[in-house]
Design a protein around this ligand. Structure first.
Ligand code: PMP
Length: 273
């Protein structure tokens, strides 16, 4: 079943209007939420971020955060989701095609669940990433469904036999196409500051929490690709990939196996599930 506004509907009965502003302008916001064994991971944080994204693009949510929470919980139960994800989006609704906002602000909410196992093989064995110029707009902190820059970046990885593309803006490493990026140097964690150039990941926040607990320094600081090449360890984080070691960046090997700090963080992370 699919959640459409406040109704649960079979997928074949869901009809999205050709003049939905999400469809025509990418005018909407979204969240991807993890479910482990039927339990939702960090739902409150995702909903806080959703609320912020809505505010930043002046989108009026069709119901309260508390109601959204109840609907998502019900959706997971109805679909009997064990381990997987909830995809949740809100667009600025249906109106004759005009760039400016429609007067009748009736946003359209859709959500559905997908079974998805944890990518354990890559979590254990690590991945290769490539890099490209960050061509996205200047509000990457908003989780908008307008993802063309991210789509092109991810496709670049696939075309270069890599798992993810790390983006670089003005010689500064920002983030992956759908993940945050970290390096480890001399036992300290480094990641891009949470400003308008990156999405502040929920998993990134979890890593910060774990680092604080373990006394590992979490340093939000800009760094270049050259510093990545000299790092002791590297990893990406996201809701779907969790904490995933990066062993190779372009043609440079960072480490031959997942590093000690990365493994320690992964170990603490799995205790939270
Ligand atoms: N950056 C971008 C561009 C993303 O798409 C994602 C995945 N939503 C992330 C970072 C990681 O965010 P999270 O940990 O909340 O999934």
């Amino acid at each position: 079943m699919i959640l459409v506004n406040d109704q649960f509907i079979p997928r074949e009965n869901v009809h999205i209007d050709i003049e939905d502003r999400g469809y025509q302008f990418g005018d909407g916001i979204y969240e991807v939420i993890r479910v482990y064994d039927g339990k939702i991971f960090r739902l409150d944080q995702h909903l806080l971020r959703l609320e912020r994204s809505a505010k930043e693009i002046k989108l009026v949510l069709p119901m309260s955060i508390q109601e959204i929470k109840e609907k998502i919980t019900k959706l997971i139960a109805i679909n009997n989701l064990s381990t997987g994800i909830v995809y949740f989006q809100v667009t600025r609704g249906v109106a004759p095609r005009e760039h400016s906002f429609p007067n009748n602000r009736v946003s359209v909410l859709t959500a559905y669940t997908t079974e998805k196992e944890r990518p354990l093989d890559k979590i254990q064995n690590g991945i290769k990433v490539v890099t490209t110029e960050d061509i996205r707009w200047l509000r990457c902190d908003i989780k908008t469904i307008n993802l063309l820059g991210n789509v092109l970046a991810k496709q670049f990885a696939i075309e270069n036999q890599a798992d993810e593309t790390i983006q670089i803006r003005n010689n500064i490493v920002t983030e992956g196409s759908s993940s945050n990026f970290f390096i480890v140097k001399n036992g300290n964690l480094y990641t891009h500051p949470a400003n308008n150039f990156i999405l502040k990941g929920i998993t990134r926040d979890v890593v910060e929490e774990i680092a604080q607990k373990l006394g590992i320094k979490f340093i939000e600081q800009e760094f270049s690709l050259n510093e990545v090449y000299k790092a002791d360890e590297a990893f990406i984080t996201s809701t779907t990939v969790e904490i995933m070691p990066v062993l190779q960046v372009n043609d440079t090997k960072i480490s031959h196996q997942p590093g000690q700090i990365t493994k320690t963080l992964q170990n603490e992370f799995s205790k939270l599930l």
